[in-house]
Design a protein. Structure first.
Length: 219
């Protein structure tokens, strides 16, 4: 029986492009544009914990943003934060990164701004975010949910789903689809590696990148 740890290991061997291609081939959503890698050169892959933030509007936090998710995290998980208020207010910062790194969290993906980018870079903690800012969340943003459904880009993300993020982009995979997405992505990678080897052996690029390449993602 396949286990989440096996899925995470296989996902970690794939880049976001291969997984995005697999989603295309299967007719699934999951790729998100416009979220950037701001700190390390690492690729991250794992299961996700979710956090949803909203405008404070007179409300105050009983705990600091994202600390509930950090305390609940197991090694290798990814924290995914939704802050779609339109406010320039950080959803992640340096002390959160230290706490997450101590819990062996793989990284954070923020639909919104993050801050303390230099601090996160110094400790080699992966931060992927929509933007960056110096402005605090204090008095502006509150946490309204942990480990509930959120939205990143136009993709619905649930606790226990999977994510891979690297220099090309961020891709989410529903837990119910992970087995077939991995199988499809691995087959795509194998075909592309064979194409790369043919190029290294001197086969012309027009021959290698022919009609077969254009049809490889057809259902």
């Amino acid at each position: 029986m396949n286990m989440p740890s096996e899925f995470v290991g296989r996902l970690g061997a794939l880049d976001s492009c291969a997984v995005s291609d697999a989603l295309d081939k299967l007719g699934l959503k999951g790729s998100v544009n416009g979220i950037h890698r701001f700190t390390t050169e690492q690729r991250i892959a794992g299961r996700v914990l979710t956090v949803k933030l909203d405008r404070a509007e007179g409300r105050s936090n009983t705990r600091h943003l994202c600390t509930t998710a950090i305390d609940a995290a197991t090694p290798g998980e990814i924290i995914v934060v939704e802050q779609r208020t339109g406010l320039d207010a950080a959803s992640w910062g340096g002390n959160l990164a230290i706490g997450a790194k101590m819990r062996k969290v793989a990284g954070v993906i923020v639909e919104g701004p993050a801050r303390d980018i230099d601090d996160c870079r110094r400790i080699d903690f992966p931060v992927f975010a929509r933007s960056h800012t110096s402005r605090t969340a204090r008095g502006r943003i509150v946490e309204v949910a942990t480990n509930e459904t959120i939205t990143v880009g136009d993709v619905e993300v649930n606790p226990g789903d999977y994510a891979v993020a690297d220099g090309s982009g961020v891709v989410f995979i529903a837990a119910s689809d992970i087995a077939r997405v991995l199988e499809t992505a691995e087959a795509i990678v194998a075909r592309e590696e064979a194409m790369a080897q043919a190029l290294r052996e001197g086969v012309s690029i027009s021959q290698v990148m022919g009609a077969n390449y254009e049809s490889m993602l057809k259902k």
